[in-house]
Design a protein around this ligand. Sequence first.
Ligand code: C2E
Ligand code: MG
Ligand code: MG
Length: 631
Amino acid sequence: MWDYSFAVQSTFILGLILVIYFSLPRLSIRVNRTFVDMLIVQSAVILLDIVSSWADSKSESVAVSVLYLLNALYFILFYMRAFLCFVFTAFVFKTDPFSGLLKSVLLALPFDIGFLLVAVSPWTGSVFSIDAKGYHAGPMYDIIYYISYFYLAASFIVMLQYKKNVNKKRFWYSMLLFNGLLLAGIITRRAFPTVLLMDSFCLMSMITAYLTFENPEFYLDLRGAVFNTRALKDYLEERNGKLSHRLLGIVIHNYYEMRDIYGGKQMDAGVTLISRFLTETFTDCNVFYYRRGRFVILGSADMKYEECLEKINARFKLPWKDDDIELYLDSCYLTVDLSGEISSLDGFFNILISNFEKADSHDSKTPIVISETQIENNEYEVSVKRALEAAVDEDKVEVFLQVLVDTKTGKAVGAEALCRIRDLKGELIPPGVFIPIAEGNGRINQLGEQVFEKTCRFISKNDISKMGISWINVNLSPMQFMKADLAQRYEAIIHKYDIRPELIHLEITEEAMIDDVFLRRQMQSMTSRGFRFVLDDYGTGYSNLTRLKKCSFINVKFDMSVVRDYCSEPDEMLPNMIQTFKHMKFGTTAEGVETEQMARMLTDIGCDYLQGYYYSKPLPMDEFVKKFSIT
Ligand code: C2E
Ligand code: MG
Ligand code: MG
């Protein structure tokens, strides 16, 4: 009365998956107990399904106690399978469903009830009963479906709730298929109870899980000899901060040259030989191939890496020989202690790559040591990058204002807009740190434009003349200055806030003046729209007065270093420069004025404007308004 044809095939296919799974090297993070349990329980369910159905059909020749036992076991494993599929779903979605006591009890409850009802069935006949006529489903037989629905529903809830935890769409769809097939299996079983078709659906689910998440081959390289780069990344991501490690890097010296000499095929064979040597020699470590002739050995933090290096070194003195190859290769090393948490693994891999390159070009057998500070500095840079991205994207770049003082009156006459961003804790990050990063990744264009726009908004919302100031300087990075559409963009912003361009003075440095023709064209296009230019940080770059003469600057700002030099050891240089600029009709500003004495000395030699902590530090806009508003 039962049709076994589907179940028998499924058993063999499951057996095959188990054999492949256990015969290949597996990365410890992917030795997923739930998956293995699921496979084993699934195999047992199919076998029991076949055996118990067969026994039920031959009930007259099988002892009643055996029939009870087989059927009870089948039901319990049936519930367990549903439960494990849910646990596996939660694992893929990186959540622990049993984190709280209440949740754990609630989630285990359906299984416990099912178990209890099956256990008492020989006396109550609730789920099933066996009498002289054989096997009968009991009045509470349908509980088998309700428990399965419960765990499936829990899986779908986890999938929706923790969708963000799986970064690949493919994973999400695979889990949808995984649970969808289980659902289809239950529905089929209800519709055709005598065809053992549900197991085929469950088998398809297992294959989906295997192909998407659990195939050990995903992490293998070089004909299964070592783990691949992806394995290293996933492993470090999962173990990050939880386990301390010592990382040893090995690089084949002059890998590409060696490839040219020996040929690609031979080299690949050689690399495989090296992989096998490493995995066979360092059995308690994980060995990874990091492409381009580079290997990574990950051991525990207390591994004796000097001894390992000696062994590797000794082996590299011998040729790498196989049936038809004989390669003579040289090796270089690096090492790093991975005890702390690495917040940016991408950053860490960048350090690793650059140190592999360093190791390759340094002709010594002593390993390059990647220091903690190198990692920390990189971490800091990454955190700044994140803060920068967030500030720019969310329009959170702040603008501080620092006053410029007129030496003739000793009063405020202008201000400089200086940008600020904050880290995650809300602390200010100095522009000296994030501006070079923003210039490096092109974010400076958006950042500079935000500062410009916020300055325009400030001017349109406040009557700056009430603060005694007639203009605000805004810095323009060389990269921004090179943009062909700068004039149009800034003009549009000026129009948006309906302010006069003369109120903004743009500060550029000599770095922006590399291309003479472009410089003049850009300046011309901006000045014709009413913008004015100031030369910033004068005295730090290479200065060519003839070039400056051709540019329409209204003011030259002496760099802090020049000002300090003069104030600590006065000579004729700065006074002469000021006179020269006066003849050229350029105003002059001194930056970094920190004391009254400095202010006096600079006023005496004819400097027009002064800027520095002596007058005020850069202030948030509202504080600036409070401090400088004339009442
Ligand atoms: P900068 O344009 O030369 O700005 C003057 C810097 O000197 C400011 O540093 C200011 O806080 C600092 N300073 C002013 N008076 C004193 C003083 O008496 N003593 C000392 N020790 N320092 C003083 P800050 O704000 O850290 O900015 C550093 C640099 O970052 C700026 O130098 C500028 O090159 C760049 N920067 C700031 N904001 C922007 C911006 O919006 N766009 C661009 N492209 N660069 C900016
Ligand atoms: Mg400046
Ligand atoms: Mg400056």
